[in-house]
Design a binder for this molecule. Structure first.
Ligand code: PEP
Ligand code: MG
Length: 579
């Protein structure tokens, strides 16, 4: 038996077989010697593979030029030029004749040499071309080997998935029915992969660094997503203990579910609102089971991650309407597209950004593509006739962006009116506070917002300069850091001074360890993964608002995150000692 320890990212305990899903840089390549008379047939095979790859790239190029931008199309144009480059082909032919290796091996050798040469160049343009060569040669090799990659959508057995890294879009497309648990070398608690694992109730342990080296395919694993522990090949004794733990976990969870009907109110009568975050429309059917009083964050970009940014207005309208109808009059806040960072848009997102988290993300992308943005806004507006809809904009860094986004919203309304499409007149427009500059200017943004929603995942990431998906620096992402607390206080106070609500939709809102502190800071609305609602409600119903306020005041006077954490922990232990 061996034990690994990682970041507990999605609670639940499971026992199952490991399925290792690894992606190599290059596929496993056969290497063999050919006869001289085979050179011609190998050469023909190569030309066919290049033709096929070129057709594929051409289609991507056309789509990018039509739907995204000329710059994006230029990436594919460069790849097309390489595929058509006579020098590249000549090199391969000469090498085939000289060394008499099969054509796959020959292509790989030449590509490696070129990539190494370009990567070592002092010229940044040439260094970037190395990525193109890698992509182009991979396409050719895939055609030569007729590789159709194993897709996680085809999983046919129940497994615990063990991966180095998994994109949010892959979580969406995998056969989730068969994934009992997720183990990942990379990732942190607030990475979108973790968020999705929680949304789909898949127990997960992330940030293990070398799980893919320690675990072999078929190993029996016990995964505890609540403690972050993984047992490889557990003995009988471990198995008994884990059976007990599974039983206790379900008992505790069922007990919490019983809180569903009760209001989120402190013993001294302070009422707050608990809502759910969702990523796909189907989730809306389940959230009321956990006591959600609405949807505080619908991450609309996940629709685009599966259909491409070109999801038609009608398709979007159907998705948003489905959520609004499922909530049956309860409020739904739809966040406009937030792509970029770890949410890469199929083949069109720029993959060459040096700092994607500081790059062309969210509202920046939308403001640069006003037509696509307005298509989404019209679809959201139209869905508002079925219930109570709010719109919020992600990654606002200052008032200019908010003004521009609101102007485009007005244009979208005008377009709906001209088309005779109805929309509700009382749609609330909110600003996400998730960049320190927004928190620092919350008083200014509050003037032009109907509500705030604090995105702590990004706010912590940008305040403390900690990549939220990087397991090596995850320990620094401390929500109780005095800098974070001060920004939260500033934001909530600014909202209240202008008479608007301060909500939170980052993962912190669903962390029962800090619920009392957030109540004390004056947060009005907590939006989280639906399954976390009962635990947070349990805390709210046990802590008087007055004493939470005193706790928050003390916390704001602390000088370090460890001091704040110790203070809050001790306070909670006292209040809940009778439990
Ligand atoms: C956040 O940043 O806290 C947030 C809610 O948005 P996302 O996690 O999608 O970036
Ligand atoms: Mg965010």
């Amino acid at each position: 038996m061996k034990k690994l320890s990682g970041i507990p990212a999605s609670s639940g305990i499971v026992l199952g077989k490991a399925f290792l899903y690894l992606e190599d840089d290059f596929p496993e390549l056969p290497r063999y010697t050919i006869e001289e008379e085979q050179v011609e047939s190998e050469w023909r095979r190569l030309l066919d593979a290049i033709d096929e790859a070129a057709r594929e790239v051409k289609a991507l190029n056309d789509r990018a030029a039509r739907e995204i931008s000329k710059e994006q199309a230029a990436i594919f144009e460069a790849q097309l030029m390489m595929l058509e480059d006579p020098d590249f082909k000549d090199q391969i032919k000469n090498r085939l004749r000289k060394f008499l290796n099969n054509v796959e091996w020959t292509v790989r050798e030449i590509s490696y040499e070129l990539i190494q040469k370009l990567s070592a160049s002092g010229d940044s343009y040439l260094r970037e071309r190395a990525a193109d060569i890698s992509d182009v040669s991979r396409r050719i090799l895939n055609k030569l080997l007729s590789i159709t990659k194993f897709s996680l959508a085809d999983l046919s057995e129940d497994v615990i998935l063990v991966v180095h890294d998994l994109l949010p879009s892959e979580v969406l497309s995998m056969n989730r029915e068969r994934v009992m648990g997720l183990v990942m070398d990379m990732g942190g608690r607030t990475s979108h992969t973790a968020i999705l694992a929680r949304a789909f109730e898949i127990p997960a342990v992330l940030g293990l660094s070398s799980a893919t080296k320690e675990i072999r395919n078929g190993d029996l694993l016990v995964l505890n997503g609540s403690t972050g522990e993984i047992l490889i090949d557990p003995d009988e004794n471990n198995l008994n203990q884990y059976e007990q733990a599974i039983y206790q976990y379900h008992k505790m969870f069922d007990g919490l579910l019983a809180l569903g009907e009760l209001p989120a109110e402190t013993p001294d009568g302070h009422r707050v609102c608990l809502k759910a975050n969702i990523e796909i429309p189907e989730e809306a059917d389940q959230v009321q089971r956990f006591g959600a009083e609405g949807i505080g964050l619908y991450r609309s970009e996940f629709l685009f991650l599966t259909s491409g940014y070109t999801a038609e207005e009608e398709e979007q309208f159907q998705a948003y309407s489905r959520v609004v109808k499922a909530m049956d009059g309860l409020p739904v806040t739809i966040r406009t597209v937030d792509v970029g960072g770890d949410k890469v848009l199929s083949e069109f997102q720029a993959t060459d950004e040096k700092n994607p988290l500081l790059g062309w993300r969210a509202i920046r992308f939308c403001l640069a593509r006003p037509e696509l943005f307005k298509t989404q806004l019209r679809a959201i507006l139209r869905s508002s006739v079925y219930g109570k809809v709010g719109i919020m904009f992600p990654m606002i860094s200052g008032i200019e962006e908010l003004e521009q986004a609101k102007e485009l919203l007005e244009e979208a309304k005008g377009e709906c009116r001209r088309r005779g499409q109805a929309y509700a007149q009382d749609i609330q427009v909110g600003t996400m506070i998730e960049i320190p500059s927004a928190a620092m200017t919350a008083d200014i943004l509050a003037e032009r917002s109907d509500f705030f929603s604090i995105g702590t995942n990004d706010l912590i990431q940008y305040t403390l300069a900690v990549d939220r998906g990087n397991e090596k620096v995850n320990y620094l992402a401390q929500p109780t850091h005095p800098a974070v607390l001060r920004l939260l206080k500033k934001t909530i106070d600014a909202a209240h001074r202008k008479g608007i609500k301060a909500a939170m939709c980052g993962e912190l809102a669903g962390d029962p360890a800090v619920t009392a502190l957030l109540l004390g800071l004056g947060l009005d609305e907590f939006s989280m993964t639906a399954t976390s609602i009962p635990q947070v409600k349990r805390i709210i119903r046990g802590v008087p608002q007055e004493s939470c306020r005193t706790l928050a005041e003390k916390a704001l006077n602390c000088y370090s995150y460890s001091q704040v954490s110790a203070l809050v922990e001790e306070w909670m232990a006292k209040i809940f000692s009778a439990d």
